[in-house]
Write a protein that binds this ligand. Structure first.
Ligand SMILES: [Zn+2]
Length: 276
């Protein structure tokens, strides 16, 4: 049988050729991993003037950024805030899956995001997702991180900082990783843990297990926990240390180790509370 023939105009042919070129470029960019983010190479992540110490220095251990042990028993506090910016990222998509250890390479969210915040020095960040994590593309993770950092209750609220996400091949001030539990241990550099998230120098390391599941007894939707983990670990990058629950029934400070239990406080994702 003869294949049906159809006329193709030169203009249409040019458009098709352009679409093919763009698609190939997009695939090439999307498959690009971060060669410098392999575990155990902290020096390659440092940049001049960054707070990262000399090779081998575990700044995360010094500043206590390791978020806790394995006794993640929550206190079952009630939901204190029903909002869920984080849940915007892909509510209709398939569940995120992950192995105990991913590939150790990372896909970087493409393109630059909008500036977040209204005043203060600019910190540029990348969002990367470990290869091997299923159903979580870097762009989706970036939506959650950017929405959280740009929220009016977030770190930009008081004009001390602005943030902007940048794409591959740029030099960020910090990198937000979504990593598998065992790769998280490599990136954090503080021994086996697999449960919590951490900040280590310019690495803000989010454990995909907590990203997906939250913690038992948190008393708020997982999207709210996700906002908490972003704000808490970025808070370490901004120089904040841990705080304790100020009293039963009060909102937990965002720098409280809420992953390990609320100590009578209510779950809270935000460093600032809106007035009124
Ligand atoms: Zn912490």
């Amino acid at each position: 049988m003869k294949a049906p023939s159809y006329r193709r105009s030169p203009r249409r042919a040019r458009l098709i050729a352009l679409a093919v070129v763009l698609a190939v470029m997009g695939l090439a960019a999307a498959s690009q991993a971060l060669p410098q983010t392999a575990p155990h190479q902290p020096t390659t992540l440092a940049r001049p003037g960054a707070e990262t110490g000399p090779p081998g220095t575990q700044t995360g251990a010094r500043d206590g950024a390791r978020d806790g042990a394995r006794d993640g028993a929550g206190t079952g506090a009630r939901d204190g805030d029903g909002t869920e910016t984080g849940a915007r990222s892909g509510p209709d998509s398939a569940p995120v899956t992950y192995p105990p250890r991913g590939a150790g390479t990372f896909a970087v969210a493409q393109g630059d995001g909008p500036p977040l915040g209204h005043a203060g020095p600019l910190l540029r960040f990348q969002v990367v997702v470990e290869n091997g994590i299923g159903n979580l593309d870097p762009a989706t993770a970036a939506v959650t991180v950017e929405a959280t950092l740009g929220d009016r209750r977030g770190w930009t609220a008081d004009g001390r900082w602005t943030f902007q996400r940048v794409g591959p091949n740029q030099t960020p001030d910090f990198i937000v990783y979504v990593a598998t539990p065992e790769t998280r241990d490599d990136l954090c550099g503080m021994g086996p843990d697999g449960y919590t998230s951490c900040r280590n120098g310019d690495r803000v390391v989010l454990n995909v297990a907590r990203w997906v599941e939250g913690v038992p007894g948190y008393g708020a939707p997982v999207g709210q926990y996700r906002e908490y983990m972003v704000n808490h670990e970025v808070g370490h990058r901004l120089g904040f240390d841990h705080e304790l629950c100020p009293g039963a029934g009060k909102l937990a400070p965002v720098m409280q180790q809420q992953t390990l239990g609320l100590q009578g406080c209510l779950p809270n994702s935000w460093p600032h509370q809106p007035a009124g």
